[in-house]
Design a protein around this ligand. Structure first.
Ligand SMILES: [Fe+2]
Ligand SMILES: [Fe+2]
Length: 192
């Protein structure tokens, strides 16, 4: 598979996964807004999806594409520069979501509205961001970047993926040693 196709396909698959996570998070927001008990695991999974795969792989690949576009097609890069800036904004919203989720577990009154506000902001922001990338950024990159640029991005992405996989394997081994055979999974208990 050509490098360009491999990278763009991978990013679009991540967008499908992101929309699935957003739908799941939106359901939990509705639960909280209606004074029902949310699924803490689903909220936790959404936060980990953004702080893990999206922050460590997806956004860095897109940032590499943006830098290549800035070199090879500056006018189109300028048109889509919001894409790169929005990764920082998304990271800030995810941090806020993690904070209000932790507070929600302690206080079911005041933080319920804050949780719903932050989570809904993140959901709307992400949906807009994905549409912006798919309608302009990916199209420009697909049409204008050279095969050499795509190859370099693909090689760097695979190197990053291997580094993260090795780190995760090391972390897992370390955790298993630290926990011992009788350890249990952590669960986050949110109030109803
Ligand atoms: Fe992005
Ligand atoms: Fe993206």
């Amino acid at each position: 598979m050509p490098d360009r196709l491999e990278i763009i396909t991978r990013l679009l698959q991540d967008h499908v996964a992101t929309r699935r996570v957003m739908a799941s998070l939106e359901h939990e927001v509705d639960q909280v807004a209606q004074f029902h008990a949310p699924d803490a695991a689903a909220i936790d999974a959404a936060i980990r999806f953004f702080t893990g795969h999206m922050a460590e792989m997806h956004h860095p690949i897109e940032d590499m594409i943006y830098r290549a576009l800035a070199r090879e097609a500056p006018a189109q890069a300028a048109e889509t520069k919001k894409v790169a800036e929005e990764h920082d904004e998304a990271g800030a919203l995810v941090s806020q979501l993690a904070e209000v989720t932790a507070e929600l577990a302690l206080d079911c009154g005041r933080t319920r509205a804050a949780f719903c506000r932050v989570a809904r902001s993140l959901i709307a922001f992400e949906r807009h961001h994905l549409r912006r990338e798919e309608s302009g950024f990916f199209r420009y990159a697909g049409e204008l970047l050279t095969p050499v640029a795509w190859h370099s991005i693909n090689i760097t992405a695979k190197g990053l993926e291997k580094t993260l996989a090795d780190a995760a394997a090391g972390q897992k081994t370390g955790d298993e040693h630290a926990r011992g055979p009788r350890s249990r999974r952590r669960t986050l208990a949110l109030p109803s």
